[in-house]
Design a protein around this ligand. Structure first.
Ligand SMILES: [Zn+2]
Ligand SMILES: [Zn+2]
Ligand SMILES: [Zn+2]
Ligand SMILES: [Zn+2]
Length: 798
């Protein structure tokens, strides 16, 4: 999804392969990015644009007048099944397709308020009731939402307002004849119940504790760094001809210490799995729940109550504020291009958004510099960049050219999280394959032509188009080339500098007692300071996100002078050394020489335990390459590796089937299947093999769902051993697993075990995620709940 959709990608690659050799050579040997851009521009033909347009139109990003009713009905079905979360999302989809101030919109909001009410999200519910009313909720249905409003207010402890709503409702009822056709008996009865409830509540004088707000102030960098914005004073920026820029510890750093806290300079929500492209009219609307339905497209906050853009059905926000900010900063230009941006992929989208954020003035600054130097043939990799860089500095310093010691720093030598820093991230132009450069250049060219066309088009989407014209026309159209070259540079930079913004998604059985968790990618962003960190497959930091803000924490002690390292993705506990090396070379253009890679390359035989095979007869580890033999002296067992590999493949399939049974709530068959898998695994996999861990984890979930906490805890402790062997005792993975174990002990009322597990989980998680993490908050709630229980003297358990 970072790159263009498969159809457009293969179309372009085929186009490339059919180009005459001479043209391929011209593009491949172009010395500057602007040459690449211009050559490609001449190759983008009208038929290519028609093909791209057809692909883009396959995404439903506009408002579809039939959709609100369809989604409302789908939502109602799900609501009947009591799946309120999915119902809320379906109503949101209905809202996105509705025009403002229509019955469609008000009904979708009203229905969503009901789903939110059942989910206990009273504040959100109230907001939706107000939205339903402002968009013209029908008079005849008013009592329904008024009752809901009163109930919400009571649940929130706002009794005064609740009473007011109830008496308003009563007055309406007696006064308005239009309400006569409303099933008045049921309303009257509800009203009566509500009044009694309100009375009861008033007798309670207790005030409700205000939910602890998750604040970003929770993370403190102790002392602000004078040379490096967004970093703690224990971090220093260095430069080395071989390594480039890197960060070191300027004093001893303790585990868990926050080192960098940086808001993304730019970020774009990953659309999640895109619906298959459809070109036929009869195709159904998509009812799947994706990231795009659950997270604010600007700040990435999780919400079930999104507010849609007025112009499209695609962009959704957590609040009116985010909607307005996004519109002002970039969405007014992006709105009419939704389908195209989805087709061209997230990297191209980020490249556009970056230039929009910086604004037309700064990009035209770059244009001026480009004009100045366009006659000279300066290789992009060296002087062109330097010129632009010092040139930007030059403008700021009134004509004085100032040498900056480290690229990206300002004239005073300070590195800041700003556009200059972003611009200076390396595009690695010389390392990308010619096909890739061609692909990116054509995407950017196509985007530029659409921008140009949009700025001349008559109004098509209400206010947005005229504003687009006003915003783009004067600056952009005279010289689209500069704009394009800058976007191309950003698109190439992203391959090495994009940072995935992730979140932990809790997936539970329907019973919702024990949750599983997995990391999901929410968005792609650029963090200029974090980009300074070099890679290690066994890093000494970990990263966590709140909204679009990333925090880097030391995951272990880092001695003074030691380099601070971050993992770009291929971590030693997840991927074998050969695959890691291959990935780092092809994506990041370097050979990793981190200690983990060095050790593992030196002794290839020493495969990690979490993927090791063991002897069928004596359970000792098996050794060798194509033919494995038992490592224990005296045991003659030997077997071909491919035999074991195919056994493992079969086993994985069986485990997958068991997990499916589990998620369908078929607990007994799931346990049966998992026990069989466990038996099979034991005969050829090491006790710490990852698959064994998965099996134990599944058994733990099944037992928990059946209420057998003791068995569940035993299985989870086995799974915990595998996680520890693979990821280490203080890894974030270990933290998530300890969190699950704590939940199980908690639910089984095993108080001392629960308390000690909570403490361990807290220690590990706070190292990686800080005190405001959701899981830590949950652990603290569990702890205070356990401590409130009457203390039972040790040893007196029944
Ligand atoms: Zn937001
Ligand atoms: Zn829009
Ligand atoms: Zn490595
Ligand atoms: Zn053996």
């Amino acid at each position: 999804m970072d790159l263009p959709v498969a159809e457009w990608k293969s179309y372009l690659l085929q186009k490339w392969s059919l180009l005459p050799k001479s043209i391929q050579v011209t593009v491949s040997t172009a010395e500057t990015l602007s040459d690449v851009f211009l050559h490609s521009s001449s190759l983008l033909q009208p038929e290519d644009e028609i093909f791209l347009k057809r692909l883009s139109q396959g995404y439903s990003v506009g408002k579809d007048s039939g959709a609100p009713l369809f989604y409302r009905e789908e939502g109602n079905k799900t609501f009947q099944e009591k799946d309120y979360t999915v119902a809320a999302v379906l109503y949101s989809k209905g809202v996105s397709h509705s025009r403002p101030n229509t019955e469609d919109m008000s009904l979708c909001y009203a229905n969503r308020s009901a789903a939110l009410f059942h989910l206990g999200q009273y504040e959100m519910c109230l907001k939706d009731i107000i939205r339903a009313q402002t968009h013209g909720y029908p008079e005849r249905l008013q009592p329904k939402i008024m009752l809901r409003k009163a109930e919400c207010l009571m649940a929130l402890g706002r009794l005064q307002e609740a009473r007011q709503t109830i008496s308003d409702l009563e007055r309406n009822f007696t006064a308005s004849p239009t309400l006569a056709d409303f099933p008045s008996q049921s309303v009257q009865r509800n009203l009566h119940l509500l009044k009694m409830k309100a009375q009861d509540k008033e007798n309670l004088t207790e005030t409700f504790p205000v939910a602890l707000a998750k604040t970003l102030e929770g993370v403190d960098l102790r002392e602000e760094n004078k040379q490096l914005s967004n970093a703690s004073s224990s971090v220093g920026l260095c430069m080395d001809p071989l390594k480039g820029r890197y960060l070191v510890a300027t004093r001893e750093i303790l585990p868990g210490e926050p080192l960098v806290k940086e808001d993304a300079f730019v970020s774009v929500l990953n659309p999640g799995e895109l619906p298959p492209l459809h070109h036929s009219l009869e195709s159904k609307w998509d009812t799947r729940v994706t990231n795009g339905d659950l997270y604010c497209h600007r700040c990435l906050k999780h919400t079930l109550a999104t507010v849609p853009c007025d112009g499209c059905s695609y962009a959704k926000y957590c609040s009116q504020e985010c909607l307005q900010q996004a519109w002002k900063l970039y969405h007014r230009i992006e709105c009419p291009l939704g389908g195209l941006l989805l087709t061209l992929g997230v990297f191209c989208h980020i490249a556009l958004r970056l230039t929009l954020l910086v604004g037309f003035q700064d990009v035209s600054k770059i244009r001026k510099l480009c004009d100045e130097f366009s006659n000279k043939d300066i290789p992009e990799s060296s002087n062109w960049v330097k010129t632009l860089n010092s040139g930007l500095g030059e403008i700021e310093k009134n004509g004085k050219i100032v040498e900056t010691p480290i690229p990206g720093c300002d004239v005073n030598g300070k590195y800041e999280s700003n556009y200059q820093a972003v611009f200076n991230l390396l595009p690695h132009t010389e390392n990308h394959s010619p096909e890739h450069k061609f692909l990116c250049a054509l995407c950017v060219n196509a985007l530029c032509r659409q921008l140009e066309a949009a700025s001349f088009q008559p109004v098509t989407t209400g206010a947005s188009s005229s504003q687009l014209k006003a915003a783009v026309a004067p600056e952009l159209c005279p010289d689209m080339t500069v704009w394009g070259v800058v976007m191309l540079r950003h698109m190439l930079q992203l391959q090495c500098n994009a940072q995935a913004i992730t979140t932990i998604l809790h997936t539970g059985s329907k019973e919702g007692i024990v949750t599983g968790s997995r990391q999901v990618r929410l968005a792609t962003g650029i963090f200029p300071v974090i980009s300074l960190l070099n890679h290690s497959c066994s890093p000494n930091t970990s990263v966590s996100f709140v909204s679009t803000v990333a925090t880097i924490r030391a995951s272990q002690r880092i001695g003074k002078g030691q380099e601070i390292l971050h993992c770009y993705g291929p971590h030693k506990s997840r991927i074998g050394v050969a695959e890691r090396q291959q990935k780092l070379r092809s994506q990041y253009f370097f050979d990793c020489t981190c200690p983990a890679c060095q050790t593992e390359t030196r002794c290839m035989a020493a495969r990690p335990r979490w993927e090791a095979f063991c002897c069928n007869s004596c359970r000792a580890p098996m050794q060798g390459d194509d033919v494995l033999s038992c490592g224990r002296r005296g045991c003659a067992e030997s077997v071909r590796r491919d035999h074991l590999t195919s056994r493992l493949q079969d086993l994985r399939q069986q485990v997958g089937m068991a997990q499916k049974l589990l998620s369908d709530g078929k607990l007994e068959p799931a346990i049966q299947q998992l026990s069989w898998c466990q038996h099979d695994a034991g005969s050829f996999l090491s006790a710490e093999h990852a698959v064994l861990g998965e099996i134990e984890d599944g058994l733990a979930q099944a037992c928990a769902a059946l209420g057998d906490w003791q068995k569940s805890a035993t299985h989870l402790q086995n799974s915990l051993r595998v996680v520890e062997a693979r990821h280490g005792p203080s890894s974030v993975e270990m933290g998530h697993e300890l969190f699950k174990l704590a939940q199980i002990f908690f639910n089984g009322f095993a108080v001392p075990e629960a308390l000690s597990t909570i403490q361990k989980a807290e220690e590990v998680l706070s190292l990686h995620c800080g005190p405001w993490d959701d899981e830590i908050q949950e652990l603290q709630k569990m702890k205070s709940c356990l401590l409130d229980l009457t203390p039972t003297p040790v040893g007196s358990s029944v």
